[in-house]
Write a protein that binds this ligand. Sequence first.
Ligand code: FAD
Length: 458
Amino acid sequence: MDLIATLRAMLGPAAVLSAPAQRARYARDGLGPWRGAALPPALPDAVVRPASAAEVAAVLHLASTHGVPVVAVGGATGLMGGAMPVRGGLALDLRRLNRLRAVSRIDLTADAEAGLVLGRLARALRAEGLHLGHDPWTLPVATVGGAIATNGIGYLGGKYGSAGDQVLGLEVALADGTLLRTRPAVRASAGYDLRRLFVGSEGTLGIITAATLRVFPQPERRVLRGWSFPEFAAGFAALLDLHALGLQPALLDYGEEFGPEVPATCTLFLGWEGYREEVQAALRRATRQIAARGGTPLPQGEAGAFWRRRHVVAQRLRRRRQSEWLPPRTAFDFVHVALPPSAVLDYRARALAALAQHCVAPRECGLWTHPGLFSVVLAAERDTREEASAAVGAAVDELLRLAQDLGGAMEYCHGVGLRLAHLMAREHGAGLALMHRLKQALDPAGILNPGKLGLDLA
Ligand SMILES: Cc1cc2nc3c(=O)[nH]c(=O)nc-3n(C[C@H](O)[C@H](O)[C@H](O)COP(=O)(O)OP(=O)(O)OC[C@H]3O[C@@H](n4cnc5c(N)ncnc54)[C@H](O)[C@@H]3O)c2cc1C
């Protein structure tokens, strides 16, 4: 293909990979075949590894001219197939854009390139006495650009918000090769907030090349505590009490596990961080409220162990990416829905009833970072993996539709990609047609991550 030769001349031969084994590494992200949507792998025609924003812009200009799809890839940990090149074209691996351009301890900002791995950014900030607010499970692998493009959320989301909330300014390469920079101002009332347009856009409107992030002082004090509750509703009542008080923990992880070998208890971990007096006051008041709802304190070591283990899954992922880790006739999936807290108990009861009807087992239910952000992990075993996947997929769809019907959003941190594309019209109504028009305006040749977000279905 002429385009590959042109790209090699432009970026250097080492930055353009076309051998089958190299391309195969980009055929999947975290949407494995064990999930509720059994999708075949999708090979790109070539992998391009630019080293600067200018190179990204030049690649996009060329791809637009040739009408060739471009799929941004960061750490490829995305769970929805967003980084899968379903229409071929170029996989644009951004991990060579990995510089921390500037840090300001006065402004509390960091200018980071999009391919910088979050864990490396967190370590660099720590050396400056600063703190990265975004701390997802996949911190050791996921990138700044991937986190913003999916508007992810991390363990400390209760205090620092989503990845998008932490963006002050963006540098974005547009489809035609224009490099756009939004002003990294703390507040702006000067027209459209273009920055927000790219948050959660999963590489369909532009390629994020760098971001100015809001960062935070290293907390003077962090406390973590755990409690158990005999039933979900009791712990949830405690969380609603804190919510009503305006007492927002930095870490909120409340979960119940199902299964014959697991005792049916619910475990709550809360954490606060900040300056000493605020942390002490929050802990004291929360402890009182939780005791009043029947929470039994866990041994102190358990909360600490929970915190230390929080990235283990990502480290495992880095070692054995596409390995088969489930029995061959099993599939599993999850939902992460955003509900009004007032709807959570009703949702939980109806979701469990729906799973029973589908003969799909709940593995875990829980809340993360906020009393309205509810997740369910589910699994099914059938005669074949395909049958198990179909059963899990149908159950997931019903749970997502139920969240929509109760006034919620079908996903709160992993994006849409391919996996949830079929429910975008139901999620957004007339909003999906508007998204489609925005997409056409920004990417008239349709080269940016085609086939994602249900935009083709509008
Ligand atoms: C075990 C596991 C645990 C997880 N835990 C969490 C969690 O705690 N919180 C959370 O939020 N997510 C979590 N995720 C999902 C995933 O880690 C996040 O979605 C993450 O933000 C993706 O970052 P990435 O760099 O891997 O992006 P990728 O997977 O490479 O890409 C994700 C999407 O963003 C697009 N994209 C990537 N880079 C750019 C860019 N520079 N410009 C424009 N578009 C871009 C891609 O095209 C794709 O659509 C988890 C995933 C796994 C496998």
